[in-house]
Design a protein around this ligand. Structure first.
Ligand code: NAP
Ligand code: GLV
Length: 306
């Protein structure tokens, strides 16, 4: 069995070593143009040429959860496309989102500003009931985030394409549930995949439906958010602030207003990183399962975009 590794912006040697150690009978090769045909591919942002030269792939493993960039390429028609299914990401995402919600709710930025000035002063405690958190996308990551926020006793709402039932979470689904979901949310977390249906979903009309003093946390993809609409609603005061981890152009371009905006916290697409060891374990066990003819989790449906 041959496995071809083709990941841009990734140090390849530790991955190759890890894949070889986990599947000692496989030939694991770093792809280069003209490389021999492989059975499986491990990829991140590969060039189109990679797929054009690898028509026999049985499965393509993406070393990220989001497949929006991968699905823009012409893929071998018979290859399964498999994304990372948690692999250590959901706990990181829960840390990031809970931190952002709590930092905003407890006014920790304001406290830090005060204490840097030598001010020992208190703010009036706020009620969690006034900070209902709505999570768009209740998949592997969204559900874990929702459960974690329930643990901190925030009112939590989730919105997904198909109906869900999660203890302690008020679940909404589909277009018919969207307006009620937004109206019930003050903090909005985006954990949707980027698809034609979800692109630009955080636009002026939808963000305006959130409760006044809303807070936006985007940890999915930059193209979910219409940048100028967020800026306008921050100016009007309808939105109180935002924590943004993902951007339309990454790295965020120099001079973009988000960098210096006093109500926006920017992080460099780091809320849930791909963890090499967990990912190798997951991918190699799925290769073994596919070889045995067994089903695997995390298979993408290209027609729905995730
Ligand atoms: P997932 O398990 O596929 O979950 C996606 C969720 O979105 C599902 O609940 C799905 O609904 C829902 N959804 C999809 N289209 C929808 C629509 N049109 N309307 C309503 N709900 C819709 O994905 P995941 O593993 O949780 O990852 C989510 C996204 O996070 C990834 O696609 C990626 O873009 C992003 N991400 C970001 C980072 C980072 O570091 N910033 C790291 C990892 C992932 P159903 O359950 O009904 O199918
Ligand atoms: C990161 O953004 C991912 O999709 O895994």
């Amino acid at each position: 069995m041959r496995i071809s590794f083709c990941c841009t912006d990734t140090a390849s040697e530790p991955w190759l070593q890890g894949l070889r150690a986990a599947l000692p009978t496989a030939k694991v090769l770093l792809w280069e143009p003209g490389a021999p045909l492989a059975d499986y591919a491990v990829v991140w942002a590969p060039p189109q040429q990679f797929f054009d030269e690898q028509p026999q792939l049985k499965a393509v493993f993406n070393i990220g959860a989001g497949v929006d960039a991968l699905l823009k390429l012409r893929l071998p028609p018979n290859a399964l496309v498999v994304r990372l299914d948690d692999a250590g990401m959901s706990v990181q995402m829960a840390e990031y989102v809970c931190h952002a919600v709590i930092r905003h709710f407890r006014e920790l930025d304001a406290y830090e500003a005060d204490t840097r000035q030598g001010n020992w002063s208190f703010r009036k405690p706020r009620s969690r009931a006034d900070f209902p958190v709505g999570i768009m996308g209740m998949g592997v990551l969204g559900e874990r985030v929702a459960r974690s926020l329930v643990g901190f006793e925030f009112p939590v709402m989730g919105w997904s394409r198909t109906p869900k039932s999660v203890d302690g979470v008020q679940c909404f689904a589909g277009e018919q549930g969207f307006a009620d979901f937004l109206a019930a949310s003050r903090v909005l977390v985006c954990l949707l995949p980027l698809t034609p249906e979800t692109r630009d979903i955080m636009n002026h009309a939808n963000l305006s439906r959130l409760q006044s003093g809303a807070y936006i946390i985007n940890v999915a993809r930059g193209a979910h958010l219409v940048d100028d609409d967020l800026l306008a609603l921050l100016d009007s005061g309808h939105i109180a602030g935002a924590a943004l981890d993902v951007f339309r152009t990454e790295p965020l371009s120099a001079g973009h207003p988000f960098w210096q905006h006093p109500k926006i916290v920017v992080t460099p697409h780091t809320s849930a990183r791909t963890l090499r060891s967990e990912s190798i374990t997951q991918i190699t066990s799925k290769i073994t399962a596919i070889q045995r003819g067994e089903p695997v989790a995390g298979v993408v449906e290209p027609s729905r975009g995730y």
